[in-house]
Design a protein around this ligand. Structure first.
Ligand code: UFG
Length: 330
């Protein structure tokens, strides 16, 4: 039981891939998920599963004891920037307060280490690319602020109680498990690659390019797309680092190079072999022109070597999953 890891949100997109990676590496993941956006089917029946709120200390403390948990990976949370602007308190509840209670449960049960799903949104509109972990933090929406507050709580808990924590700042997570065992399932399809593939599969008539007048080489936004399975592998390495006594810090999770919206759409056309119907639209509110990570720490200190740092591969895995999900998860 000494390698039991609690994964909150383990039935969600990123959490389910982390569970797969932990099992592959000989850990014993235990999942808690309220199934508000995750799906039970994404978690193998062999993995202990509790349906519930990971901010409920009365639920979590006995679970931590019973399962002999040595570390927590906290993926549960709300992820829509637009929704956070419309209803910020939902985000301060679902992201910040839930995290506060989960951290309190961990401190009370003397859990030594904690990995947190943070986001590049903590940087806001950075003045310089690539973005270092030391780049000033200036989130521009409640989603980013709700995540940054959790990072701050973890820093304070680290100082006060010795809970060692890694805040993993995700850039644009994309793709799906290469064997199509997991992928994105939330009904709201907003992310670029998923949306483009759903256009190809006939669910939407055309892809809107949000903004063609950005100060980038082709006028469209640049993002650092990271394959979800590589991201999951980074979490396994993060857990090993913490279990070995590694110090608290924040970590950029990206490949360190970006693609413009137009480049992504060209790659989608190359993978599908078909022209993608698209139209140029105005900018989407709140989109920074470019977000590209400097993610050297992950590679140098954790020995992380991505396996899927290739846009067509990311798209091909996402497409295989979308075809399966259209069939299995509608
Ligand atoms: N885009 C389009 N058309 C679409 C969808 C997206 O042109 O139909 C563009 C966006 O305007 C943006 C780029 O594609 O320029 C990527 O957009 P996504 O919605 O795929 O991802 P974001 O960069 O907006 O969001 C990601 C994470 C968020 C995180 C944010 C940090 O998904 O959780 O980065 O800024 F908050």
């Amino acid at each position: 039981m000494s390698s039991s890891i609690l994964v909150t949100g383990g039935a969600g997109y990123i959490g389910s891939h982390i569970v797969l990676a932990l099992r592959r590496e000989g850990f014993w993941p235990v999942v808690v998920d309220d199934l508000s956006s995750g799906r039970r089917e994404l978690v193998s029946a062999e993995v202990p599963f509790t349906e519930g709120d990971c901010g409920d200390e009365a639920l979590i403390r006995p679970l931590l004891r019973r399962e002999g948990i040595v570390s927590v990976i906290h993926c549960a949370g709300r992820i829509r920037v637009d929704e956070s602007v419309r209803d910020p308190l939902l985000y301060y509840q679902g992201n910040t307060l839930v995290s506060r209670n989960l951290i309190a449960a961990c401190v009370a049960e003397k859990i030594p280490s904690f990995l947190f799903s943070s986001t590049a949104a903590v940087y806001g509109n950075p003045a310089e690319i690539p973005i270092l972990e030391e780049t000033p933090l200036n989130p521009v929406n409640p989603y980013g602020r709700s995540k940054l507050m959790t990072e701050m709580m973890l820093q304070d808990a680290s100082m006060a109680y010795g809970l060692r924590a890694l805040s993993m700042r995700y850039f644009n997570v994309a793709g799906a498990d290469p064997d199509a065992r997991a992928g994105q399932v939330i009904p709201f399809v907003s992310h670029l690659i998923r949306r483009a593939l759903r256009v190809y599969l006939g669910e939407f008539p055309q892809l809107e390019i949000f903004g063609t007048d950005y100060p980038t080489p082709d006028g469209t936004c640049i993002r650092d797309y990271i394959h979800v399975s590589d991201l999951a592998d980074a979490h396994v390495r993060g857990i090993r680092y913490l279990l070995a006594g590694g110090a608290s810090r924040a970590v950029n999770c990206g490949y360190g190079h970006g693609f413009s919206v137009r480049e992504v759409l060209r790659a989608v056309e190359a993978v599908t072999g078909q022209p993608l119907p698209m139209v140029e639209s105005p900018r989407r509110e709140g989109d920074p022109a470019a977000l590209v990570a400097q993610a050297d720490w992950l590679r140098k200190e954790l020995g992380w070597t991505p396996k899927f740092d290739d846009l067509p591969t990311i798209i091909a895995h996402a497409l295989a999953w979308e075809k399966k999900a259209l069939h299995d998860f509608q």
